[in-house]
Write a protein that binds this ligand. Structure first.
Ligand code: DC
Length: 218
């Protein structure tokens, strides 16, 4: 397959990273998880041990080195050289990441890095503003979504497997709050690009979604 640039956007829990990772592997492409970059900034903010304010986040982002390495089908995220891959998907990070991602200077720095990674082609990048803002000239644009019930179920399963005990109703409320924050923020809100194809994954298996993505890349 050609050296395509594939952009996948969608709300929390739509399954983007799971299916994008698998599709990238099948295509022999690099997978770029942009949400992980915002999570890395959120993680470092929490490490400061202070009350989380916009000022604190801005001070953190001024002096942070976020790096994504994709190898053998796995993404490793480092912050200032430390591997934080296992620490960026906690409920604590999720609780502040929308606040982090809404700040202009945070987005500027991350989008700059993302565009550099996208330039090389043969990439599959997922996030919220990839087709609309980061890579508007992407060859394939997909908007991945699912019902809020299904998205909450998926996130709940993921966290339960990691040993967290979270109430399903709370999970649903957290996802709805993040949807609202991501869709209503001023800078690069989550919206489907006009030229993106909508893919609703409610009731579809992971393999079925991957197959549909691969078909769109043909
Ligand atoms: O996909 P995720 O749940 O790991 O994303 C974490 C947060 O980062 C999410 O609340 C929205 C934000 N985000 C963003 O604003 N822009 C992106 N390109 C990717 C993620």
């Amino acid at each position: 397959m050609k050296n395509l640039v594939v952009a996948i956007d969608g709300p929390a829990g739509a399954g983007k990273s799971t299916v994008a990772q698998l599709a990238a592997k099948k295509l022999g492409y690099t997978y770029i998880d942009t949400g992980a970059m915002y999570r890395a900034v959120a993680w470092k903010t929490l490490q400061q041990g202070k009350k989380v304010t916009d000022e604190l986040i801005l001070a953190v982002v001024k002096d942070i080195d976020v790096n994504l390495q994709y190898q053998d089908g796995k993404t490793t995220v480092t912050v200032d050289g430390t591997d934080v891959t296992g620490q960026i998907r906690t409920p604590e990070v999720s609780a502040i990441v929308s606040q982090v991602a809404a700040l202009g200077p945070v987005r500027e720095k991350m989008v700059d890095l993302q565009r550099k990674m996208g330039e090389r082609g043969s990439v599959l990048m997922d996030g919220r503003d990839i087709a609309t803002n980061v890579l508007p000239n992407a060859d394939v644009k997909i908007f991945l979504t699912a019902s809020i019930e299904e998205r909450a179920r998926r996130r709940h399963k993921e966290l339960t497997e990691k040993g967290y005990e979270i109430d399903m109703e709370k999970m649903k409320a957290d996802i709805a709050a993040r949807d609202k924050a991501d869709s209503e923020r001023e800078i690069s809100p989550l919206v489907q690009a006009e030229d993106a194809t909508l893919l609703d994954t409610t009731g579809l298996s992971i393999d079925e979604v991957v197959e549909r993505i691969l078909a769109m890349c043909k």
